[in-house]
Design a protein around this ligand. Sequence first.
Ligand SMILES: [Zn+2]
Length: 286
Amino acid sequence: MPELPEVQALVNGLADHLTGGRIDALELASFSALKTVSPAIGDLAGHEVTAVERRGKMVCLQAGSLWLVVHLARGGWIRWYPVAPTPAARPSKSKITLRVRMEDASGFDVTEMGTEKRLALWVVRAPEEVAPLAELGVDPLSPEFTVERLADLLGGVSATVKNALTAQSLIAGVGNAYSDEALHRARLSPYKRSDRLDAEEVARLHDAVVGVLGEAVSRAEGVDLAELKGDKKRAMAVHGRTGQACPNCGDTVRAVSFATKSLQYCPTCQTGGKILADRRLSRLLK
Ligand SMILES: [Zn+2]
């Protein structure tokens, strides 16, 4: 699932390629992905792309007086081509949701892998018209994300710190992978109650979130968009590394599984050596 650093790198790459170019045509292959009716998606044609920006994990492309907003969800991505493929985009044969052709013959596909089909598109006059975007919390790479702000956010909800960190309405852009990494770096249990962190723990977590995301953004700079996913995996200390050695202490990285995803942590670094109950596993053993 693309998170803030990958979406930032994607947006940087798209901005380089698309800004100043003019949209020639748009082919919508998956009609259910488009959440707005008016303005029509075809209204973007003929306009020059003036900005490509990130809001949380969403990609916002401005063309003329309109914005195309893309929520990539779990399996979504945007693939840019120096020369756009010529065959029509067919949803049954490909994972293409939308194909956009530029006047200079370049173009990009909005794609979605997997079966969830939660990728969403909006055509609006201002990004804030998109409800999930308007509800986004503070951007963790913005100056507004201070230790005090994080303390307020965590203290204001009754949740595990893992759930609080990944709530897009609190902090925009942090998902399962980078929250695992930040909690590991801050040496905090994912199950710790967010409103029970002391000042020193909040400061440590703030450092960890900013550090983990900032390093990932720097790493992603200059990496070819197609290589980003593999690059992300290699840089993880605990996320996706169940059974491997923690790079800090050598203990075995453990996982807790949920219906469609799992979290990873190091017992020695984060839980005082305690193994967290994996409900799915214990259910299987009954
Ligand atoms: Zn460890």
